[in-house]
Design a binder for this molecule. Structure first.
Ligand code: CAA
Length: 380
């Protein structure tokens, strides 16, 4: 086993770090406070190749491996977890889902725009009554011959306000339960598409989250992803990779919190010396560093398994479960080390704590990850 990043990985890491520090960081506090979606910055991220990292070059992407994506996501999330989730949904749910399971025509039509940041993608699974229990889809896609008639409501949809393309999970045949669900590509311009209110969130406030209403949208049959009834499986398989992306976002928050705590401990003085010389601070730093490295190992393992076409379902769930837990812990400890300064916005770490919380909820709550992991171990 080789823990050394390749030259290409180091190059990508350097580019993402530089972009996060010089472009994302300067306005991040204001975007968080005013809930501003960084549309122009996402375009720049697209130009740098961050919006379709794993998409094949023939469809306009970077053709990179999952490790490269994890490394870039982590660097972006160290300063801007909102930009990171916009990037994560676009890369691992929308682009990866389309490239892996979409038709040739779908790939050619959508991927070049999505992979370059010209368009943004959104993934629509959650509903008012179908969050963790995702099989309970109430949105309907009635088979009308050469099109589906789409009706229903989706909730808590990341990127919804600025997306151009939405991958929508909907029930076609209720008798067949989860095997009667389809995944449809819906464009924002389709008649019957209605954007609901924007959520006023605790964290990741620079990303936008809306509900969506579909009112008799006629979705052409050629916009279905995969075979009839593949939609639930599509959502689950796509989210396995999505969980690696969110784990990387959580890792970025945790490592960012650690970095700021270390920097602060070197300049802040108390009781006649820099606080790094107090054991109370040293032990906190040691625990945070150990947790960050532990999460990194789990994420890198899941990414390697995915790249090697192994079964990464449980590994991805473990990576997300652990990384999101330690993101909360590291953000909280970093605030503690910063003392009163940690509680105010200028020092960033209070935002890290608010941003970290969602990583324990979206793309499967921590409780769902435990279900996924335990099922993998307890199955016959
Ligand atoms: N990978 C592949 N297939 C999976 C899977 C996985 N991780 N989990 C379940 N499946 C398959 C099962 O194999 C089964 O297939 P078959 O019928 O062919 O055997 C089918 O899905 C149904 O599975 P279960 O019988 O286990 O169904 P369940 O209802 O007991 O549990 C669940 C399913 C795992 C709890 C699932 O509902 C789930 O993952 N829920 C969480 C939903 C979620 O993550 N929502 C996040 C919203 S998206 C989001 O947050 C994006 C964003 O904006 C950032």
């Amino acid at each position: 086993m080789n823990f050394q990043l390749t030259e290409e990985h180091l190059l990508i890491q350097g580019m993402a770090k530089d972009f996060a520090e010089t472009v994302l960081k300067p306005g991040v506090i204001e975007r968080d406070e005013k809930q501003v979606f960084p549309r122009e910055l996402i375009r720049q991220m697209g130009e740098l190749g961050f919006m379709g990292m794993m998409v094949s070059p023939e469809y306009g992407g970077g053709g990179m491996d999952t490790m490269s994506y994890v490394i870039a996501m982590t660097e972006i999330a160290k300063w801007d977890a909102s930009a990171a989730v916009i990037m994560s949904v676009n890369n691992s749910l929308v682009c990866w889902g389309l490239e892996t399971y979409g038709s040739e025509a779908q790939k050619q039509k959508y991927l070049p725009k999505l992979a370059t940041g010209e368009w943004i993608g959104s993934f629509c699974l959650s509903e008012p009554e179908a969050g963790s229990d995702a099989t309970q889809q109430k949105t309907t896609a009635v088979d009308m011959g050469d099109y589906y008639l789409l009706n229903g409501t989706k909730n808590w949809i990341t990127n919804a306000g600025h997306a151009d393309v939405y991958l929508v999970i909907a029930q076609t045949d209720v008798e067949k339960k989860h095997k009667g669900i389809n995944a449809l590509i819906v464009e924002r311009t389709m008649p019957g598409f209605e954007l609901g209110p924007k959520e006023n969130k605790l964290g990741i406030r620079g990303s936008d989250t809306h509900s969506l209403n579909f009112n008799d949208i006629k979705v052409p049959k050629e916009n279905r992803i995969g075979a009839d009834g593949f939609g639930f499986s599509f959502a689950m398989k796509t989210m396995n990779g999505g969980r690696i992306g969110i784990a990387s976002q959580a890792l970025g928050i945790a490592e960012g919190a650690l970095n700021l705590a270390v920097a602060y401990a070197k300049i802040r003085k108390a009781f006649g010396t820099e606080i790094r010389n107090h054991q109370a601070i040293q032990f906190k730093i040691a625990d945070m560093a150990m947790k960050v490295e532990g999460a990194k190992l789990l994420i890198y393992k899941a990414a390697c398994e995915k790249d090697n076409h192994g079964d990464y379902v449980a590994s991805a769930a473990m990576a997300k479960l652990y990384a999101s837990k330690i993101a909360m812990e590291c953000a909280s400890e970093s605030i503690q080390i910063h003392g009163g300064n940690g509680y105010v916005k200028d020092y960033h770490v209070e935002r890290f704590l608010r941003d970290a919380k969602i990583t324990e909820i979206y793309e499967g709550t921590s409780e769902i990850q435990r279900m996924v992991i335990s099922r993998a171990y307890l199955k016959d």
